[in-house]
Design a protein around this ligand. Structure first.
Ligand code: AMP
Ligand code: MG
Length: 273
């Protein structure tokens, strides 16, 4: 682990048994503090802005970023900080809430597939189809036989997407239970954050261990060569942002994109006065 470059350090190798307890949510790798990470993050954010424009111009790839975490895990913060400055016209952010009656009447991937980004676009999922093997499993919202089948269904769905031009990155932002307590308390102490606080979140917190088991299974059963998981230590917001930005930049670099040439000969074009 130690020698891997940052963008690979938190990648969970598919096929190898992954244990969540081996990940320290407070880990910051080779970085000591926010100040030390600032230069790298700023460089990556600038590069991300450049690469997103190229992604749009070239029009060959779609990028889907799946973000999962416990409440206060940093899903919103990651989107706000890492995507800041990226052209909003090239991004689609989708947040998945408790399914509506219409959504529930369909298969669970229906609402997901509808908002998978088309080529040129970056799609960001704030929660995702993984809720259907997380909250749904922890609260027995469907029988075990039903959610158990979903891991393989998800793998097939994600394979289908990758074979059709969508690159998928999955991030589990891993915070400690203690850090969640601090963040929930901070929300409680700040009236401008009360809209984000739901007493119901405490019920989820009470099931922490069951959620961790469900996350561990999700990573083990749906970490595939075509749609790998990154388990990002997220107690330190700056490190979480740094890791995500690095992975995004390296992934976009790997596309080897080019600005497309014009379909016409532009060499003799003169713009009239
Ligand atoms: P938030 O992200 O804080 O706005 O909360 C959204 C809520 O919707 C969370 O409590 C999720 O667990 C819940 N949720 C999302 N997807 C599902 C789903 N498929 N089934 C049940 N609850 C869900
Ligand atoms: Mg919430």
């Amino acid at each position: 682990m130690g020698d891997l470059p940052l963008h690979e350090r938190h990648l969970i190798p598919p096929g190898k048994r992954f244990r969540l307890r081996d990940v320290d949510p407070a880990d910051t790798g080779d970085y000591k503090d926010k100040k030390g990470a600032k230069k790298q993050l700023e460089a990556d954010r600038a590069e991300l802005i450049r690469l997103q424009e190229l992604l749009y111009a070239e029009g060959k790839h779609a990028l889907l970023i799946v973000i999962q975490a416990m409440d206060t895990g940093g899903k919103d913060g990651l989107i706000r900080h890492v995507m800041r400055g990226v052209n909003p016209q090239g991004c689609i952010v989708s947040s998945f809430k408790v399914p509506t009656p219409e959504e529930l009447a369909h298969d669970y991937l229906w609402r997901i597939h509808k908002v998978v980004p088309p080529r040129r676009m970056i799609g960001i999922f704030n929660r995702s189809h993984y809720e259907d093997v997380l909250v749904v499993r922890v609260h027995n919202l469907v029988p075990k036989e039903v959610w158990q089948q979903r891991y393989e269904q998800i793998n097939q769905f994600e394979k289908h997407l990758t074979e059709n031009g969508v690159t998928i990155l999955k991030f589990f932002l891993h915070i400690s239970k203690e850090e969640q307590k601090r963040r929930l308390q901070a929300r409680l102490d700040d009236p401008t954050k009360h809209w984000k606080f739901s007493v119901g979140d405490l019920k989820e917190r009470a099931r922490w261990d069951e959620y961790m088991a469900a996350y561990e299974d999700a990573v083990n059963l749906t970490g595939t060569p075509w749609a790998p998981w990154y388990v990002v230590p997220a107690d330190h917001k700056w490190y979480r942002n740094l890791v995500a930005a690095r992975v995004l930049v390296e992934t976009l670099h790997s596309f080897n994109m080019q600005y497309p040439p014009s379909a016409e000969d532009l060499s003799k074009v003169v713009i009239p006065d």
